[in-house]
Design a protein. Structure first.
Length: 338
């Protein structure tokens, strides 16, 4: 939120060891401003704005309030958790480094966490997302810590479960995995021997999976099944390219706005979506040619969605006119949705 006109604008925000920088665009060389963390305090959830969800307030040492809004609950919790760590390190005279996991656990440089993440998300051979119930809460599109380690062992990425804990902790620290539930969140916040837990009652999820929790918390701004509350503005079948194998499959797509999500389903049926594309902060555009892909039989039918965390989705419509309709609908939902 702007400090003078009280308008809200999307910014690229960077957490440093001693402050928060914010940029108009990710590619900008110089920030538009910085909030120093020394002497600061953080308040979350912040209820100062009745119509805005997932807001937290950072109060600087000079009693200046800075308000930030995340795209969803878990994203806000991740930001608040890391900002609290940074403030705590400053108060204790320590150095905070968000991306220090690779060095601290001596992770080999040959390990590509981004490629591993895509393998974990493969719909056929990856980790299966489930609907799990823990402590009277239902977690959708998530998995247990034990299943992550089991998958890493069975896929020959590690030799033993101890190595699996190191690798999973690195994935967690880099944001490829997110904790769900009190047990996993407490470990991620440093209240356990390892940030990641090889336990059947510790739940985790992929950040772009469409995760939601029923009976989530006492937070007043938590909305039940938040991403499914959006009004359906368009639906239909498209070809979607897989992340790992680059093969194309027909999927039924449902576009919702406010908040803006694009869910995709098995066209043969099934109420549970196979996945979701969170459209907040995304860019959609037509694509005439694609690298690493076979040429399409029909010209002018491809389009691409690049999410806020830079995941690329390639989709193919049945005709140029249909492609134009989808692009316009997604652009409208992106501007209107939370």
């Amino acid at each position: 939120q702007g400090s003078m006109f009280n308008t809200w604008k999307p910014m690229w925000v960077v957490l440093l060891e001693d402050g928060i920088e914010y940029y108009k665009r990710k590619a900008d060389n110089s920030p538009k401003g910085m909030v120093p963390l020394k002497g600061s305090s953080i308040n979350s959830p912040c209820q100062d704005f009745g119509k805005r969800m997932f807001v937290f307030k950072l109060t600087a040492a000079k009693q200046q309030d800075h308000f930030f809004q995340a795209a969803y609950l878990e994203e806000r919790e991740a930001w608040v958790r890391d900002i609290k760590k940074a403030i705590s390190c400053i108060d204790g005279g320590q150095r905070f480094a968000r991306k220090s996991t690779r060095k601290s656990i001596r992770l080999p440089e040959t390990i590509n966490l981004s490629a591993l993440y895509l393998s974990m998300k493969d719909p056929e051979k990856g980790i299966k997302e489930l609907r799990l119930e823990k402590n009277k809460k239902v977690f959708n599109h998530c998995f247990t810590g034990t299943s992550v380690i089991d998958w890493l062992v069975s896929s020959n990425f590690i030799r033993n479960r101890k190595e699996g804990l190191m690798l999973a902790s690195s994935l967690l620290s880099e944001g490829y995995l997110q904790p769900a539930g009190d047990t996993a969140k407490a470990a991620a916040e440093g209240l356990s021997d390892t940030p990641f837990l090889d336990l059947s009652d510790a739940c985790y999820y992929f950040p772009d999976s469409g995760f939601f929790c029923e009976g989530n918390s006492s937070d007043d701004d938590v909305v039940l099944k938040e991403e499914f509350r959006g009004i359906i503005v368009k639906q239909g079948c498209l070809l979607k390219q897989g992340h790992l194998r680059k093969n194309w499959k027909v999927r039924k797509f449902v576009l919702r706005e406010d908040p803006a999500y694009l869910h995709y389903y098995d066209p043969a049926g099934g109420e549970e979506p196979l996945g979701a594309i969170r459209l907040r902060g995304s860019v959609v555009s037509a694509v005439e040619d694609m690298p690493d892909s076979k040429k399409c039989d029909v010209a002018n039918v491809l389009f691409e969605i690049i999410t806020a965390n830079e995941i690329h989705y390639y989709l193919q419509a049945a005709s140029p006119a249909e492609r134009t309709e989808w692009i316009k609908a997604i652009q409208a939902a992106t501007r209107a949705g939370k």
